[in-house]
Design a protein around this ligand. Structure first.
Ligand SMILES: Nc1ncnc2c1ncn2[C@@H]1O[C@H](COP(=O)(O)OP(=O)(O)OP(=O)(O)O)[C@@H](O)[C@H]1O
Length: 284
C-alpha cells in the first residue's frame, strides 16, 4: 500500500535534513505506527505521503500512486485526520461533513452516521468554531473516513480525548482495519501504538532506527522473568524467577506447589522502555 525508498526532506534546501534516508513498506491491511518524540520527522513524512509537502528526494508510492506525479483520483482512496484540522468554523458540524463529501468522486458515507459514530449526535447543528478541541478532533476524525478510504492516515487520533471517547475511537480504528483498511498511525503515545499496531517504526532525529512488531520487540527486549507474590507462613513474599535457567524454573515450580499464590506475571518490557533502550531517547 505504501512504498518509501531513500526519502529525504530539507526545509532549508541545504544539507540539513528533517528526515534522512527513510525506507519502509506498508502492506495492505496493516496498521503501521510511526513513533517518535517531538521534532523527530513524523509530520514531515506524513505530509509528503499525502501530498501536502512536495517530494524533494526519494521514491514514494501510496495506494498505487507515485507521489512525484500526484493524480487527484488518489485523494478518493486516502483519508487523513491531522492535528491541524482545517474545519470551516462558520459551518455546522453537519455542513462541514456534507461539504467535504462533495469533493470526492466516490461513494461517501452519510454525515449523520459519521456524527453518531464519533459521539457528536445532538451537536451536529453547532458551528465547528464553537466546538471544543476534543470535539473538533472527533469531527476531523469522522471527516477523514467519509470517502471510505483504503489508506487512512491518522495523526495522534486519541490525543486530548477522555478515556471513554478514546476507547471508542480505538474501536472504530480496529473495525475499519478489520474491513481491510490500511492505516498509517503517527503518535508519541506508546500505549495506543502497542494496542493497535501490527508493526511500529521508531523515528528519531529524522532517521528510522528500527521497524518491527510490538510483540517481537517485547520478546527481544523483555526480561525473561516471572514475578510472583505468595504467602509463606502468613507472610507476603515477592520474588522473581528467571524462565531461562533450570534451577530458577525448579524454584518457581516449588513455590507454586507449596504456597498460596497471590499474583504471578511475566515481566514484559513496555514499548516506551524499548524505545529508550534502542534510541537512547524518550518519546516526549
Ligand atoms: N515548516 C517548517 N519549516 C522549517 N522547519 C520545520 C518545519 N516543519 C518542521 N520543521 C523541522 O523539521 C523537523 C521535524 O519536524 P516534524 O514536525 O516533522 O516532527 P514531528 O515528529 O512531527 O514532531 P511533533 O510530534 O512535535 O509534531 C524538526 O526539526 C522541525 O523543527
Amino acid at each position: 500500500m505504501i512504498k518509501v525508498k531513500h526519502l529525504y526532506h530539507s526545509y532549508s534546501n541545504d544539507n540539513k535534513y528533517a528526515i534522512k534516508d527513510l525506507n519502509f513498506e506498508i502492506k495492505k491491511g496493516e496498521i503501521f505506527g510511526f513513533l517518535g518524540p517531538s521534532g523527530a520527522g513524523k509530520s514531515t513524512t506524513q505530509n509528503i505521503l499525502v501530498g501536502i509537502l512536495q517530494l524533494q528526494q526519494g521514491e514514494v508510492e501510496v495506494a498505487g500512486y507515485n507521489i512525484k506525479h500526484i493524480k487527484n483520483e488518489m485523494f478518493n482512496k486516502i483519508g487523513m485526520s491531522f492535528e491541524q484540522s482545517n474545519l470551516y468554523s462558520k459551518m455546522s458540524a453537519f455542513e462541514n461533513l456534507d461539504f467535504y463529501r462533495k469533493l470526492f468522486d466516490v461513494e461517501t458515507r452519510d454525515p449523520n452516521d459519521m456524527i453518531k459514530l464519533v459521539g457528536l449526535e445532538g451537536k451536529e447543528n453547532i458551528k465547528a468554531g464553537k466546538y471544543s478541541k476534543g470535539m473538533k478532533h472527533r469531527l476531523t476524525f469522522a471527516r477523514s473516513m467519509i470517502n471510505n478510504p483504503q489508506m487512512w492516515f491518522l495523526d495522534e487520533p486519541t490525543t486530548g480525548l477522555d478515556p471513554a471517547i478514546s476507547s471508542q475511537i480505538k474501536d472504530i480504528i480496529k473495525k475499519e482495519n478489520e474491513k481491510g483498511v490500511t492505516i498509517f498511525l503517527t503518535t508519541h503515545n506508546m500505549y495506543i501504538a502497542d494496542e493497535l499496531c501490527d508493526r511500529v517504526a521508531f523515528i528519531v532525529d529524522g532517521k528510522i532506527r528500527l521497524i518491527d512488531s510490538p510483540k517481537a520487540l517485547k520478546l527481544k527486549y523483555g526480561e525473561k522473568l516471572v514475578e510472583v507474590e505468595y504467602f509463606k507462613d502468613g507472610e507476603l513474599i515477592k520474588d522473581s524467577f528467571s524462565t531461562v535457567f533450570k534451577d530458577q524454573k525448579d524454584k518457581l515450580i516449588d513455590v507454586i506447589n507449596k504456597y498460596e499464590i497471590l499474583t504471578m506475571h511475566t515481566k514484559e518490557a513496555s514499548l516506551e522502555e524499548i524505545f529508550i533502550k534502542v534510541t537512547g531517547r524518550g518519546l516526549v
